[in-house]
Design a protein around this ligand. Sequence first.
Ligand SMILES: [Fe+2]
Ligand SMILES: [Fe+2]
Length: 192
Amino acid sequence: MSYGTAEAIARRVRSLPQGLQRHIQRVQDVAAKLAGVHDADEERVRLGAMAHDVARAMNGDELLAHARDMGIPVHPVEAAVPVLLHGPVGAELLRRLHGLEDREVYEAVYWHSTAHKDLGVLGKIVFLADKLDPHKKARYPFIDRVERLAAKSLDRAVAEFLSRELVDLIGQGSLVHPASVEARNRLLLKHG
Ligand SMILES: [Fe+2]
Ligand SMILES: [Fe+2]
């Protein structure tokens, strides 16, 4: 990853709304701690965390338009809930406009909302750090257990989050993204 890419992404992040920038900073802090615990490359984890919400300020119509323009496959669940496209659109923008070539960072950004069955360590850290933002935790009544698990096993923490989140979404009558179901199945098959 070139210095130019990181600097261009940082500049783009500085143009985002203030509240979103503060969320991104907190996610970077949580992600850096998890990187230390799990022996991951802190610089790349920080880049993924910094980049994860670059498209979060776009509205649904903008996300759908960008997805179509850039040839991102749009699942019917994403067409119905376009906010789910802010990861894919963000990752693709960074690749096309700012030369983001690091595949793991790209996938961490792409799948940070839903998770994905093939996420690596970096992607799991960014996924969890996004949910463990201290200001966002109140949204998830089960987050303390996820946080405790994250200190020991990224896989178990992601599986726990997905299990609880999917139950909540189904309980509310909401759509669920198949990538989340597949990611949870993969983790349960791996760990029993
Ligand atoms: Fe996000
Ligand atoms: Fe986020």
